[in-house]
Write a protein that binds this ligand. Structure first.
Ligand code: NAD
Ligand code: MN
Length: 365
């Protein structure tokens, strides 16, 4: 890390800039209070970059992201840009996917925790999710989101055919599996690897490699579970899960499902890392809420900023090696919600700025 912590901040599209500004307010207040010197650079990503520069991610942006100690993103995408096709592979079609590939941040950490004060706002009956705390590890740089060939072809008889390629090689699976076992070791020692090995070749290899890697972690309990069953089981009994190891596609799905235990998908943070740091070590990463750009509520100032604030907490944990400050932010967020300061997706009337102010107040900043 250079003398000053370098943060690259990009709002992206839709509600992205709205939640980013909340995240930055908390990042700056906490850093200043802790005496952490920082500088923030701003840039445009995806749709915003397309509108300004005609590309989803400029080369300058890639270079800035690589030089930064952390990148904080609001969210990208929206109907305005969904149908634009530019030359190049899948990563060229999406600014955020481009950054994930360029930074090789293949580990997506997506924690979901049931907060006692929000349990009555979830679809669960009383007591069913008390204490639920699940960490989804989503692979971010491979699988069907990037596999080639892909496309929509015109067939001679007039039909059209769309296809993608669900593909992982053994190295990709192996490095990711190690991250899963290491994460399980730091938590409650239980890893559930999910796949569709019953029907897909790619997942037969996935299951084989994960089982091989397991031999190096005899202290971790490994279960293999079919993904469809997993989505059911996490809904029925989320407390049975500790760490879930999932490929890019299935991890995307199962992590949104877990938004139900947190009260709203807008509560879920994420960190995208290229390794799991040892305690005390810092690692660069991309931090972003798990939710999307919510085109239906954009511009109203009512987006729930909690997923972004908790992403900032993860930034303090992994890119600044300050788990103490990460805990402070998470605790202050909980206190603000306990005090009844709830945004509309949790049935309240607090706007994004009020929630952020309440969190800063509980931090005494
Ligand atoms: P979404 O998460 O944007 O929205 C789904 C629902 O959740 C909507 O009703 C929305 O209002 C609500 N919601 C989401 N975030 C919220 C918040 N912070 N506060 C309150 N309510 C919130 O998912 P979608 O509709 O599937 O996708 C919309 C766009 O977002 C698409 O263009 C998609 O590609 C993009 N997307 C981006 C990311 C990302 O940048 N990481 C992730 C997912 C989706
Ligand atoms: Mn998603």
């Amino acid at each position: 890390m250079s003398e000053k912590f370098r943060l690259l901040a990009m709002g992206g599209d839709g509600i992205g800039p709205e939640v980013l500004s909340c995240g930055l307010a908390v990042f700056e207040a906490v850093a200043s209070n802790a005496g952490i010197a920082y500088e923030i650079e701003h840039d445009l990503l995806h749709g915003a970059a397309w509108d300004a520069y005609g590309t989803f991610c400029r080369e300058e942006t890639v270079a800035r992201a690589k030089a930064a100690d952390a990148v904080l993103v609001g969210g990208v995408g929206g109907p305005k840009w969904d149908h634009i096709k530019v030359p190049g592979g899948p990563e060229m079609q999406d600014g955020l996917m481009r950054l994930r590939i360029e930074l090789d941040v293949y580990i997506g950490l997506r924690p979901a925790v049931a907060m006692p004060c929000l349990e009555h706002l979830t679809p669960y009956r009383e007591g069913l999710i008390t204490g639920a705390d699940v960490m989804v590890l989503r692979e971010l740089c491979g699988g069907s989101f990037f596999g080639l060939p892909r496309g929509i072809d015109q067939l001679p008889d007039g039909r059209r055919r769309g296809y993608d390629n669900y593909v992982y090689d053994s190295n990709e699976i192996e490095r990711f599996a190690h991250a899963g076992f290491r994460m399980a070791r730091q938590r409650r020692g239980k890893l559930t690897s999910i796949d569709k090995a019953n029907v897909m070749e790619c997942f037969k290899l996935w299951r084989e490699i994960v089982s091989e890697v397991a031999r190096e972690y005899p202290d971790v309990t490994l279960d293999h579970m079919h993904a469809d069953n997993c989505v059911y089981q996490v809904a029925m009994n989320p407390r049975a899960f500790d760490v879930i190891l999932a490929d890019n596609m299935l991890g995307d799905i199962v992590s949104d499902q877990l938004g139900c235990i947190a009260g709203s998908k807008a509560m879920l943070p994420s960190a995208c890392l290229k390794g799991l740091p040892l305690p005390g070590q810092r690692i660069a990463g991309i931090y972003e809420p798990s939710h999307g750009t919510a085109p239906d509520i954009v511009g109203k100032g009512i987006a729930n900023p909690v997923g972004t604030l908790l992403s900032v907490a993860m930034l303090y944990e992994y890119s600044l090696a300050r788990p103490d400050l990460a805990r402070d932010i998470a605790k202050a967020t909980q206190t603000a919600l306990e005090s009844g300061c709830l945004p509309s997706d949790l049935g309240g009337t607090a706007d994004s700025a009020s929630v952020t102010r309440a969190v800063l107040a509980s931090l005494a900043l």
